[in-house]
Ligand binder design. Sequence first.
Ligand code: ASP
Ligand code: MG
Length: 410
Amino acid sequence: MALTVKKFGGSSVATTEKIMAVAQRVLREKGPEDKVVVVVSAMGDTTDDLITLAKDLVGQPYQYTREMDMLLSTGEQVTIALLAMTLNKLGHPAVSLTGSQAGIKTNNAYTKGKILSVEPERVLGELAKGNIVVVAGFQGVNGDGDILTLGRGGSDTSAVALAGALQADSCEIFTDVDGVYSADPRVVTDARRMKEITYTEMLEMARLGAGVMQPRSVEMGKHYGVPIHVRSTFTQDSGTFIREAYTVEEKEFIIRGVTHDTNVAKIAILGLPDHPGVAYKIFSALATANIDVDMIVQSIRNTDKNIIDMVFTVAQPDLPQAKELVEKLGTEMQVFGILVDYNVAKVSVVGAGMLGHPGIAANMFGAMSDAGVNIEVISTSEISISCLIQADKVNEAVNAIHTRFFPRES
Ligand code: ASP
Ligand code: MG
């Protein structure tokens, strides 16, 4: 007997035919004694469509974060009901539960909710009755009983958190790709599929734009020690295991992946006074508004005028609010000007092996230089290097860098 959590993403449940196929697959793979929890996303592009509805009415709907959560959480509820009835129709008892009913408790950060705890009693009770439990991904409930969503792609996090709380034997993430690749296979034709990757490297790749898993879900996996199996909904093949350490010898690459992220925007503040507390003022205002800031660069001081420039990036949906805040502070501090740029992208290389291997940065910059790509901002972590570039160069840059680090096998 095994307890399994299986998560199916939006493209896996995009139509009624696909929901039927998911139901059949779940039943086919389930042993008589097995306990199965299925976490699902909203059908296809439902979440985007819901956002469009809100935009049509109010322009910038993310000012109304509580209402956005009320709206967006409906997408997953459609899927759970449809899947649960399909399973019943196919002859297996199943019950659908919202995030709240499944005991997923969050903080109060509407539209970016973080799971604080999972109280799995109801789920365990339904499993004990012999039900397959179908849980709405991407949502939970705060202390006031309000519905919160967990950020785009949040169903992954729901699945991994449930697997952790239920001490599941496995957590499978079914998706439209058959695993984790060394780069986005839609951009790099000879990207390689990995048999396994560590939580740490996967977290960094996800944080830097690898769309396959929500970063927070990988963090959850690491926290609970749940191995995550990312695999295709449409084939039986084994995909990529995300776990603590490598178990099989794969050909060793110092760099595990090249990622890109086009969901970034750049803000530059020119002519800030150079005295203590200026950075604090700006970034604490952004933090209070729950806006994540990424690459931050401050220029050296202009000694004549005693001023500096500051450049940083935020996620595109946060740009309108970030701009408003920075403009207000900029007026107070009498800065020269504020520039924003939507047309930027971030390309990164990730690999724990780069620690102690000099020359990775030079190699990456060399590839970009050969491809004629200009670098605007650079940032590094212990296991990654990222460059901000113009968005229209992103595919060229990713391909050039990938070819450098994963030379084509002849
Ligand atoms: N439906 C949500 C989204 O599109 C959550 C998810 O798919 O994981 O972001
Ligand atoms: Mg989705």
